[in-house]
Design a binder for this molecule. Structure first.
Ligand code: VG1
Ligand code: CO
Length: 588
């Protein structure tokens, strides 16, 4: 147990610290930083989910709730621990971010963290934060975002801890954070004046440094090293009819995309929309899918826009959408991998291996086979790619949930995927002018066949009802129930059924119960799992995949091609019966 100088009198065992309103500038140097030890009571619900702790803002606003979680994070940092460490701090700018950053500053100083590197105005997209941790060789980062979940006083806030490779903390650390949070008794903090987050520069406080950095610059530099910006820019200059619309969904990518699309690639201001980050995302759901990015979809269809794209609240997800051509994320990552040789970064590094999360369609597996490289199937959540990326066995990976990325950082990266597509389109057009998103999709299917894929989300389902679905399925696939294997449903015969278990090939750690999968003899699959990012009730995700090598199928509508399998999935899972839901909330 660490021993700290305690100033109980001053802190009076409460967090009601009196803050001076005076802003500090670079010249103000505090001579002492007094550490207060403050008693606190644990909360029992601080278990990080698929990607950090996500709760309603009101939950984070409870007395000491945020302080406790930050203390638990600092107590769980890998050796040598928080003392003397450097941490990157920033997020998507959602409601409650400023307050959370103030708390982080105080608790970090109280735990003798040596330096905080904070994005200007607290803004850092998740990929930009991952990059900064790596570029600045920081010991980790605290990311303030609930990603695609809505923001505002009645919506969600989130806190995620990333480790020194720039990626989300692995499960052993998130489990430790949870354990620490359950028996936390004290928080250490320093009293601080209000810090001006808007001015770039460094402030020193007697052994504790706060550095405010440009949120955009290093990230754009990185993308320019990866992609052929000249080629893309020339393609746009030569093809003024090739129109682009990027939708920032009022999330964090606004400033990044303006710099990239307008300043670097020479597109007009009308090529971007909703690019002012707002604390409540303009009241929207900053999730780039067909349901929530309807503004973009509508405009692309109506105005015949050739290339549409959107990203989520924190900038790590992407959707690619051309006129009558929606790119399923499982196809997107496969197509990027298949064309990787036109991207300068991969020309230099080659493709070491490919990977996807378990529910993501196997389209990328076929590309891996073709390229003769390893393919990995990991549980849902980007943290599971981390070890493979660090070990140099993985170059490009993706999730069906609009997450695509590579070993350039340790998070999925929305703008990376969008620029990758533009790079591919520009390169393909050099050889064969007039090729757009739709032609690239069809060409891909002609080479590899098509993996039809859809996901049904049932949001805010009653927790007990959601559990009933899982219990029912466990019973069906459980030990001694082998009569399920070989059973016929419509045209499908069950060949395998289990709850996905993953053993990390690098460190041997095992993650159980990562999703129930039912595989049929023709390799079609249905998968069901509970979301780990929701904040209210349970979200059930049902994933459905069927492969076809029949060219007359390639242009079929996804929902039509999958209809027989969807019916089987609903029959087996008894979803409608247990949840009382006739229809899913979102279909992708
Ligand atoms: C969802 C997605 C998962 C993704 C996670 C974080 O998790 O399914 O693929 O990694 O969100 O994405 P879940 O547990 O709700 O299914 V987000 O853009 O935080 O950044
Ligand atoms: Co996100």
């Amino acid at each position: 147990m660490r021993v700290y100088k305690s100033y109980d009198l001053k802190c009076n065992n409460s967090f009601k610290l009196v803050l001076s309103n005076k802003k500090f500038n670079c010249r103000n140097i505090m001579s002492t930083l007094e550490v207060c030890t403050v008693s606190t009571k644990p909360y029992n619900d601080q278990k990080p989910g698929t990607s950090g702790l996500r709760k309603r803002v009101k939950v984070f606003q409870q007395e000491n709730y945020t302080h406790n979680f930050i203390q638990a994070i600092l107590d769980s940092m890998p050796a040598p621990g928080a003392k003397g460490s450097t941490l990157v701090v920033g997020g998507d700018g959602r409601y409650y971010s400023k307050e959370a950053i103030e708390i982080i500053i105080r608790v970090a100083a109280g735990n003798k963290v040596s330096k905080l590197i904070i994005g200007q105005n607290g803004i850092l997209s998740t990929p930009a934060a991952s990059n900064l941790i790596r570029v600045l060789k920081a010991d980790g980062g605290i990311l303030l975002t609930a990603s695609h979940n809505p923001g505002g006083p009645d919506n969600d806030f989130g806190i995620k801890f990333n480790v020194n490779n720039g990626g989300p903390a692995p499960e052993n650390i998130t489990n430790l954070i949870y354990e620490k949070s359950k028996d936390i008794k004290q928080v250490f903090l320093c009293e601080f004046p209000e810090i001006d987050l808007s001015t770039i520069g460094e402030r020193q406080f007697n052994g504790f440094t706060i550095k405010i950095v440009d949120s955009v610059r290093d990230y754009v530099t990185l993308l320019k090293e990866i992609f052929d910006f000249e080629l893309i820019k020339n393609f746009f200059a030569k093809n003024p009819d090739y129109t682009v619309l990027f939708d920032g969904m009022h999330g964090v990518t606004g400033p990044y995309s303006e710099k990239i699309f307008i300043e670097e690639l020479g597109l007009s201001q009308s090529s971007v929309q909703n690019c002012i980050p707002l604390p409540d995302f303009g009241g929207g759901h900053p999730d780039p899918n067909l349901t929530y990015a309807h503004d973009l979809v509508k405009r692309v269809e109506k105005e015949n826009i050739k290339f549409g794209a959107a990203s989520d609240g924190d900038g790590d997800r992407n959707m690619i959408y051309g006129k009558s051509a929606f790119v399923n994320p499982s196809d997107s990552v496969a197509i990027i991998a298949a064309h990787s040789e036109v991207i300068p970064y991969f020309k230099r590094t080659g493709i070491k291996g490919l990977a996807r999360s378990m529910p993501t369609s196997a389209a990328i597996d076929l590309v891996a086979k073709n390229k003769g490289v390893e393919i990995f199937e990991v549980p849902t959540g980007w943290k599971f790619f981390g070890n493979l990326l660090d070990a140099g066995r993985l170059s490009i990976c993706g999730e069906e949930s609009f997450g695509t990325g590579s070993d350039h950082i340790r998070e999925k990266d929305g703008l990376w995927a969008i620029i990758a597509w533009l790079n591919i389109i520009a390169a393909v057009n050099e050889k064969k002018p007039g090729v757009g998103i739709k032609e690239i999709l069809l060409n891909h299917y002609e080479t590899y066949g098509r993996n039809f894929f859809t996901r049904y989300d049932y949001e805010e389902v009653d927790n007990d009802n959601a559990k009933k679905v899982i219990v029912h399925l466990h019973h069906l696939i459980g030990e001694g129930k082998n009569e399920f294997i070989g059973k016929t449903f419509g045209q499908f015969i069950v060949s395998k059924a289990d709850d996905f278990e993953y053993c990390d090939p690098i460190d041997g750690s095992v993650s159980k119960n990562q999703g129930i999968r039912i595989v049929f003899t023709d390799n079609s699959r249905i998968i069901i799992r509970l979301s780990g990012t929701g904040s209210q009730g349970a979200t059930i995700r049902l994933y459905i995949e069927k492969y076809s090598k029949n060219p007359s199928d390639y242009e079929l509508d996804n929902q039509i091609a999958l209809k027989p399998l969807i019916e089987v999935a609903l029959e087996i899972t008894k979803l409608q019966e247990f949840t009382g839901r006739e229809k899913p909330t979102v279909i992708t």
